[in-house]
Write a protein that binds this ligand. Structure first.
Ligand SMILES: *[C@@H]1O[C@H](CO)[C@@H](O)[C@H](O)[C@H]1NC(C)=O
Ligand SMILES: *[C@@H]1O[C@H](CO)[C@@H](O)[C@H](O)[C@H]1NC(C)=O
Ligand SMILES: *[C@@H]1O[C@H](CO)[C@@H](O)[C@H](O)[C@H]1NC(C)=O
Ligand SMILES: *[C@@H]1O[C@H](CO)[C@@H](O)[C@H](O)[C@H]1NC(C)=O
Ligand SMILES: *[C@@H]1O[C@H](CO)[C@@H](O)[C@H](O)[C@H]1NC(C)=O
Ligand SMILES: *[C@@H]1O[C@H](CO)[C@@H](O)[C@H](O)[C@H]1NC(C)=O
Ligand SMILES: *[C@@H]1O[C@H](CO)[C@@H](O)[C@H](O)[C@H]1NC(C)=O
Ligand SMILES: *[C@@H]1O[C@H](CO)[C@@H](O)[C@H](O)[C@H]1NC(C)=O
Ligand SMILES: *[C@@H]1O[C@H](CO)[C@@H](O)[C@H](O)[C@H]1NC(C)=O
Ligand SMILES: *[C@@H]1O[C@H](CO)[C@@H](O)[C@H](O)[C@H]1NC(C)=O
Ligand SMILES: *[C@@H]1O[C@H](CO)[C@@H](O)[C@H](O)[C@H]1NC(C)=O
Ligand SMILES: *[C@@H]1O[C@H](CO)[C@@H](O)[C@H](O)[C@H]1NC(C)=O
Length: 428
C-alpha cells in the first residue's frame, strides 16, 4: 500500500509539471494580454514557452512574480514597442517613474533564450532611435526611459539571451545563488562616431549573494557589470566587455568578497573601476580584479571615492570639498595581472557632454593610465601586482595619479611609485 501511494504521489508530481505555450496574436496584437492569462495558471512547476519561430509583441510591461520551479524559455523572439512616446507613457505612469519592462521574481527560476538556434532567443527593445533622439534633443539620454529587466530570485539561472539595442539599463540582478551565463548584450555603437552614444546602458547592476556570472559578452555605453551595495560572494569571470565603463564596483557599503577574473576589455573608457560618492560612510571589503586583458582603455585601473554626476557637483575633487567630508573605506582591494594597452590616442568616449568632462581628473598631469582618487586614510590593504600596460601608440609611459595619504597602511603593495606623473615601477 505504501508502495502504491508513493507511486501515486510521484505520478501526481510528474503530472503537475506542465508546459504553458504563450499564445501569439499576430501582427499588431499585444501578446502580453494573453501572456497575463498564461502566467496566472503557470506560476509554479511549469515551463512558460515562447515558441521558436515566433516573434511576440511585448507591448506592455510584464510582471512575473513569485514564480516557483519555472523555466521561462524564450525560444522565439520578443519585440518591445517601437513608439518612444508609447513606452514613455508607461514609465511616466509608474511609481517614481522607475519601471522595469520585465519584472521577474521567485525561486528556482530558469530564464533561457535559444541555445541551439542562432535566430532565436533575441529580445529587441529598439533602443537605437532613443539614442538618436537624445543626441538631438536631450543629451545624456531621453527622459522616461524604462529599465530592461529586474530579476530577483533565489537558486536561479539566466542564460543564452541576446538583448539587442537596449534603451538604457539592462539587468538589475538580486537574490541568492544565481548563475548568469552566455548572455549577449549588444548596445554597440560606432566608436569613431561616439556623438551617437548609448547612455546608461549598464549591462548588469548586481546586488545579491552567491552569484556567478560567466561567459557573457557586453558591448555598451556604461558599466559592463556594476556590483552594488548588498553584494556578497560574487564571481564574474570569462567575460568580454566592450566600449563601456568596465568591470565596476560601484557602491558605498555592505559589499564583500567580489572577484572579477579573466575579463577582456576592449575599447572601454575604464577596464576596471571602483566608484563611490563623497560623504558616504560605509565599507567595502575584499575585491579582486585578476587576469584583466586590456585592449585600448583610457583608464585600465581606476578607483575614486569622489564620483560625481556630470550635471551636479562638477569639479569637486579631493582637495576642494568641504572640511569633514567623508568617504567609503575600502579594504583589501587587489589588481593582479593587468596587461595590455592604454588609449592615449583618442582618450575618453561619447559619454562626455559637459566641460569639464565628468571623467576628467583635476590636477592630473596626463590623462590616460592608472588614477586613484581617494580621501586620506580611507584605503587599506591595496595591492597592485604584475601590471604591464603600455600606451597604444607605443610612445611614452603610462601615467599614474596617486597620493600616499590615501593608504592608512602605506604603499608597499603597489608596483609603482605613488605619484602624479609617469609610471615608475618600484622594486617590490
Ligand atoms: C497584466 O496584469 C497586470 C497585473 O498582474 C496588470 O497590471 C497589467 O496591466 C496586465 N497587462 C495587460 C496587457 O493586460
Ligand atoms: C486557467 O485555469 C482555470 C482553472 O483551472 C481555467 O478555467 C482557465 O481556463 C485557465 N486559463 C488558461 C488561459 O489556461
Ligand atoms: C508564492 O507561490 C507559492 C508556491 O506557488 C505559494 O504557496 C504562495 O502562496 C505564493 N505567495 C504569494 C504571496 O503569492
Ligand atoms: C527547479 O525547477 C525545475 C523546473 O524548471 C525542476 O525540474 C527542478 O526539479 C526544480 N528544482 C528543485 C530543487 O526544486
Ligand atoms: C559563493 O558563491 C558560489 C556561487 O557562485 C557558491 O558556490 C559558494 O558556495 C559561495 N561561497 C560561500 C562561502 O557561500
Ligand atoms: C577566459 O575567458 C575567455 C572568454 O572571454 C575564454 O575563452 C577563456 O577560455 C577563459 N580563460 C580561462 C583560463 O578560463
Ligand atoms: C581606441 O578606442 C577609441 C575610443 O573608443 C577609438 O576611437 C579608437 O579607434 C580605438 N583605437 C583602436 C586602435 O582600436
Ligand atoms: C573609515 O576609516 C577611518 C580611518 O581608519 C575611520 O576613522 C572611520 O571610522 C571609518 N569609517 C567607517 C564607516 O568605518
Ligand atoms: C575578507 O577576506 C578575509 C580573508 O579571506 C576574510 O577573513 C574576511 O572575513 C573577509 N571580509 C568580509 C567582510 O567578508
Ligand atoms: C560632506 O558633509 C560635510 C559635513 O556635513 C560637509 O561639510 C561637506 O561639505 C560635505 N561634502 C560634500 C562633498 O558634499
Ligand atoms: C597571474 O599570472 C600568473 C602568470 O600567468 C599566474 O601564475 C597567476 O596564477 C596569476 N594570478 C592570479 C591571481 O590569477
Ligand atoms: C596629497 O594629499 C594631501 C592631503 O589631502 C595633500 O595635502 C597633498 O598636497 C597631496 N599631495 C599631492 C602631491 O598632491
Amino acid at each position: 500500500m505504501l508502495f502504491l501511494s508513493t507511486l501515486a504521489a510521484l505520478a501526481a508530481a510528474a503530472a503537475a509539471y506542465q508546459t504553458c505555450v504563450v499564445p501569439h496574436g499576430g501582427a499588431g496584437i499585444d501578446d502580453t494580454i494573453a501572456l497575463n492569462q498564461t502566467i496566472a495558471n503557470c506560476s509554479s512547476d511549469s515551463q512558460i514557452l515562447f515558441q521558436e519561430g515566433t516573434t511576440y509583441n511585448i507591448g506592455s510591461p510584464v510582471t512575473f512574480r513569485n514564480l516557483t520551479n519555472i523555466e521561462i524559455a524564450i525560444r522565439g523572439n520578443l519585440a518591445l514597442p517601437t513608439s518612444i512616446p508609447y513606452v514613455q507613457a508607461f514609465v511616466n505612469a509608474s511609481a517614481g517613474q522607475r519601471l522595469d519592462w520585465f519584472t521577474i521574481s521567485g525561486h528556482n527560476v530558469t530564464l533561457t533564450g535559444n541555445q541551439n538556434n542562432p535566430d532565436g532567443g533575441y529580445i529587441d527593445p529598439f533602443g537605437e532611435p532613443w539614442w538618436i533622439a537624445s543626441q538631438l534633443t536631450e543629451p545624456g539620454g531621453l527622459a522616461l526611459r524604462p529599465h530592461f529587466m529586474g530579476f530577483s530570485a533565489n537558486n536561479s539561472e539566466v542564460a543564452y539571451l541576446k538583448i539587442r539595442k537596449p534603451i538604457g539599463w539592462v539587468f538589475s540582478m538580486s537574490g541568492s545563488n544565481l548563475h548568469i551565463h552566455d548572455v549577449d548584450i549588444d548596445a554597440s555603437y560606432d566608436l569613431n562616431n561616439p556623438s551617437l552614444f548609448p547612455f546608461n546602458t549598464d549591462g548588469y547592476d548586481v546586488s545579491g549573494v552567491n552569484i556567478l556570472m560567466e561567459n557573457n559578452h557586453i558591448f555598451n555605453g556604461d558599466d559592463c557589470v556594476a556590483v552594488n551595495n548588498g553584494a556578497h560572494n560574487v564571481t564574474i569571470r570569462n567575460m568580454i566587455c566592450e566600449g563601456g565603463h568596465g568591470a565596476s564596483l560601484s557602491g558605498t557599503d555592505n559589499i564583500a568578497n567580489i572577484h572579477f577574473d579573466n575579463i577582456t576589455s576592449r575599447n572601454s573608457l575604464y577596464a576596471t573601476r571602483f566608484k563611490s560618492s563623497l560623504n558616504s560612510t560605509g565599507n567595502v571589503y575584499n575585491v579582486t580584479w585578476s587576469n584583466i586583458y586590456v585592449l585600448n582603455a583610457t583608464f585600465p585601473i581606476f578607483a575614486t571615492s569622489a564620483y560625481f554626476d556630470q550635471n551636479t557637483n562638477r569639479g569637486l575633487t579631493p582637495g576642494n570639498f568641504g572640511a569633514g567630508t567623508k568617504a567609503t573605506n575600502i579594504t583589501n582591494f587587489s589588481w593582479i595581472n593587468v596587461t595590455g594597452t592604454i588609449n592615449d590616442m583618442y582618450p575618453g568616449d561619447g559619454s562626455c557632454i559637459t566641460v569639464p568632462c565628468w571623467y576628467s581628473i583635476p590636477g592630473i598631469t596626463n590623462t590616460p593610465g592608472i588614477p586613484f582618487q581617494m580621501l586620506p586614510g580611507s584605503a587599506q590593504g591595496i595591492q597592485v601586482k604584475n601590471v604591464n600596460l603600455l600606451p597604444i601608440d607605443g610612445k611614452g609611459a603610462p601615467n599614474t595619479f596617486c597620493n600616499s595619504t590615501y593608504f592608512s597602511d602605506g604603499t608597499a603593495n603597489l608596483v609603482f611609485e605613488c605619484t602624479n606623473g609617469p609610471y615608475v615601477a618600484t622594486s617590490s
